[in-house]
Structures are given as structure tokens and as C-alpha cells.
Design a protein around this ligand. Structure first.
Ligand code: FES
Length: 64
């Protein structure tokens, strides 16, 4: 699995999201998990254009 930048505004990478998920206990609901990841990484607090990509990454990591 290659790392890549998901959120250009905040320079948040796939691995950053993965790390944030590993520190989070909320795995039941993608939107809730997204909020947790956002608190840790500040992803999607700039233009917001990466929101869906972050959600996709979270779903992918959660289903691993
Ligand atoms: S690319 Fe993530 S907020 Fe702009």
C-alpha cells in the first residue's frame, strides 16, 4: 500500500488517516470516525474538497 496525500490543504496523507484511526475507538460509524480523524489530523478543514476522499480512505481502512 502506497502512501499519498489525501488532503492537500492540510498535507494529510493516507498513513496519517490510518494512524488516527488506530488511535480511535469509534469504528461503528464512518461520519463519527471522520470527525475523530479530523480532530487529530485537521484534514478537510481547508477547502473541504477532500471530504469524500477521506471518507473513502476511512471506509477502506475500516474494512481491512
Ligand atoms: S484538500 Fe483537504 S481541505 Fe482542501
Amino acid at each position: 500500500m502506497e502512501n499519498y496525500v489525501i488532503c492537500k490543504c492540510k498535507q494529510v496523507s493516507y498513513f496519517d488517516v490510518e494512524d488516527a484511526l488506530h488511535n480511535s475507538k469509534t469504528f461503528s460509524d464512518v461520519e463519527k470516525t471522520f470527525e475523530e480523524v479530523q480532530k487529530v489530523t485537521h484534514c478537510s478543514t481547508g477547502c473541504g474538497g477532500c471530504h469524500d476522499k477521506i471518507l473513502d480512505a476511512i471506509s477502506e481502512i475500516m474494512s481491512k
